[in-house]
Design a protein around this ligand. Structure first.
Ligand code: ATP
Length: 336
C-alpha cells in the first residue's frame, strides 16, 4: 500500500497539490487522471521522491519515506520520453540497475532474459536504442525499471509520445504485464479511455485536489460530481441534469415517452426536440438535437434503434433519460 496523507506542494503562491490524501492498494494498477496542470505528475513525483512536499507524508508498505531520497524508496520510474543510454545495447540498458548494484553476471543475465521475454524484446538484446521503434523503447524502459524488483512502478504518461495505434496496443500489453507481475503500479494519464482501459482504480484530479477515487465502473456510472462525469465520457445537458448521450432514449410518440418516463423516479422529464443531424458512428448513431428552449444536446443510440425510428432531419422527437445512476445535477444556469 502507498499512502499519501495531506500532501501540499506550492510553486510560489500556486498550489499544485492542495491537501491530497490517497491510499493506493498493493498490487493495484491505479491511474491518476486529470486535465493538464491538475497535479498528476506532481503527485507521482512526490511518491517517487523526485519532488519534496511542503507538508504531508508518503508511506510505502507502512514505511514513512517522506524524507527518503528516490533511490531508497524501492521504486521504478518510466517517463514519457525515456532517456536510454544510447551507447549501450538493449541488454546493457535493462541490466543497468543490476550492474551498478554489482550483481553476479549469471544472475543479471538470467533476469535480463526473463524481462526481455516479458516485454517481448527477446530478439532485440544486442540492438542499440536508436534501432528500436518508440513503442519498443518504452517497453525496454519498463524492463529496465522492473529489473531491480521495485515495490512500486511509477509511470508518467509512458505512451504519451506514441501514435494512437501503438498507444492502444501498449496499454493492453501493460495490463497483461501487470496481471503477470502484480507490482503496485501508478500511471499518470490525461486520457480517460486509457485510464478506463488499463486501470483497476482511478483517481480523478482537478486543480491540485482529488475529486473521486474508485474503480472504473463506479466512476463512470456513479460520478461524484459533474467534473468527474464530464471527464470520464461525453455528457449531455438534459433538463436540469447531466446525462450520458447513450442514456437518452428517443420516442416518436409523446404519450409513450411520458408513460415510460413516469416510471423513473427523479427523471428530468420528457424533452421535445428537433432532430438536427443524424450521424452514423459505426455501431452507434449520434442524433444531434435542439430542444424548444434552443439548447442543443446529443443522444447516442444503436444502429438498430435508429433504423426502427427512421429519424429524419427537421422532425420533432421526444427524448427521455434512463440510467438514473449516471445522472448528476447541474448548475441551474446551464439547464435547458
Ligand atoms: N517546477 C515547477 N515550477 C513551477 N510550477 C510548476 C512546476 N512544476 C509544476 N508546476 C505547476 O504545477 C501545476 C501542476 O503540474 P503537474 O505537472 O503536476 O500537472 P499535470 O496534471 O501532470 O499536467 P500535465 O498533464 O500537463 O503534465 C501546473 O500548473 C504546473 O504549471
Amino acid at each position: 500500500m502507498i499512502t499519501v496523507t495531506n500532501a501540499r506542494k506550492n510553486y510560489g503562491s500556486f498550489a499544485a497539490l492542495d491537501d491530497v490524501s490517497i491510499d493506493i492498494p498493493s498490487g493495484s494498477l491505479t491511474a491518476l487522471l486529470g486535465p493538464s496542470g491538475s497535479g498528476k505528475s506532481t503527485l507521482l513525483r512526490s511518491i517517487a521522491g523526485l519532488e519534496g512536499l511542503d507538508s504531508g507524508t508518503v508511506t510505502i508498505k507502512g514505511r514513512d519515506v517522506t524524507h527518503e531520497p528516490p533511490q531508497r524508496r524501492g521504486i521504478g520510474f518510466v517517463f514519457q520520453h525515456y532517456a536510454a543510454f544510447k551507447h549501450m545495447t538493449v541488454r546493457d540498458n535493462v541490466a543497468f540497475g543490476l550492474t551498478i548494484r554489482k550483481k553476479p553476471k549469471a544472475e543479471t543475465d538470467r533476469k535480463v532474459d526473463e524481462l526481455l521475454e516479458i516485454v517481448g524484446l527477446e530478439g532485440f538484446r544486442n540492438r542499440y536504442p536508436a534501432q528500436l521503434s518508440g513503442g519498443q523503447r518504452q517497453r525496454m524502459a519498463l524492463a529496465r525499471a522492473l529489473a531491480v524488483d521495485p515495490q512500486v512502478l511509477l509511470l508518467d504518461e509512458p505512451f504519451g509520445a506514441l501514435d494512437a495505434k501503438v498507444r492502444t496496443d501498449l496499454r493492453q500489453w501493460l495490463r497483461r504485464l501487470h496481471d503477470e507481475v502484480h507490482v503496485t503500479t501508478v500511471l499518470v494519464t490525461h486520457d480517460q479511455e486509457e485510464a478506463l482501459d488499463v486501470a483497476d482504480r482511478i483517481a480523478v484530479l482537478n486543480k491540485g485536489q482529488i475529486e473521486q477515487v474508485g474503480d472504473p465502473v463506479t466512476l463512470y456510472e456513479r460520478p461524484a460530481n459533474d467534473f468527474v462525469m464530464g471527464f470520464l465520457g461525453s455528457v449531455a445537458h438534459f433538463g436540469d441534469q447531466l446525462v450520458r448521450p447513450h442514456d437518452i432514449v428517443l420516442e416518436r410518440d409523446r404519450a409513450t415517452a411520458l408513460a415510460l418516463d413516469a416510471k423513473v423516479a427523479g427523471s428530468p422529464g420528457v424533452v421535445e426536440a428537433v432532430v438536427e443531424r443524424v450521424v452514423p458512428l459505426g455501431f452507434e448513431v449520434r442524433i444531434d438535437l435542439r430542444a424548444d428552449s434552443g439548447a442543443r444536446f446529443a443522444a447516442q443510440i444503436t444502429r438498430r434503434d435508429a433504423a426502427a425510428l427512421q429519424l429524419r432531419e427537421g422532425e420533432t422527437i421526444h427524448a427521455r433519460a434512463v440510467a438514473r445512476s449516471s445522472v448528476v445535477d447541474v448548475d441551474p444556469a446551464l439547464a435547458i
